[in-house]
Write a protein that binds this ligand. Sequence first.
Ligand code: PEP
Length: 235
Amino acid sequence: MHKIIVANYKMNGSKKLYRHILNKLNKLELKDTALILCPPFLYLPFFKISNDAIHLGVQDISNTINKKSTGQISPKMAKEFGAEYSIVGHSERRSLGETDELINQKINVLLSSDMTPILCVGEKSKDENLNIVLKQLKDAIKGIKNHFELIIAYEPVWAIGTGEIPSIAHVNKVAKSLRKFLDKVDVDYKILYGGSISDENYQDMARSEIDGFLIGGISLEVNKFIEIVKGIDNE
Ligand code: PEP
């Protein structure tokens, strides 16, 4: 499996919409692409997957397995409903005060439960120094000793949901610096790009040195999403 496309449904959807989306996605025939669907927690039980190329993830996870954690969901619970992945450190959670320390705890909790983190990193504004992206990655995996698997979604915050996307050179520059660091770590990783990917721009961005996409808004428009998925799978 070479390419990965993550659908982050955020706080969207309904039983009716997800039934419609799954009817279509379950029928997809993919050669070389894995889809990871991340619905809101409540909808996990409705995600009946009958397609080997499709996996389930959640959008966030508890930073602790301590049961005195009102409102939190543990990896054990998410796994019981089929989730193998969790997004961690999405900018919409960082903006609520999620720190690099919390993100590091969440990654440790996930890895000790055999779930794969999908770590989101990205600069907030266009003029911010790109070293911040590497620092977010280093802080997130600090102290991890054993071999692990990680999916990184490089998501410039200024590109999320705005319709603006960075240049391929910009994405390649960030991906190169992340790879240079990760190649010295005992980790199997993939680097995705996320931020305003649509059926109109995905082909351009697919020319950059990334392993796939994290898609928010357009993942809810299933026909456009399928067009992107098929396009990537056929490359
Ligand atoms: C996201 O939620 O991380 C995201 C990339 O959203 P969008 O595709 O809508 O920009």
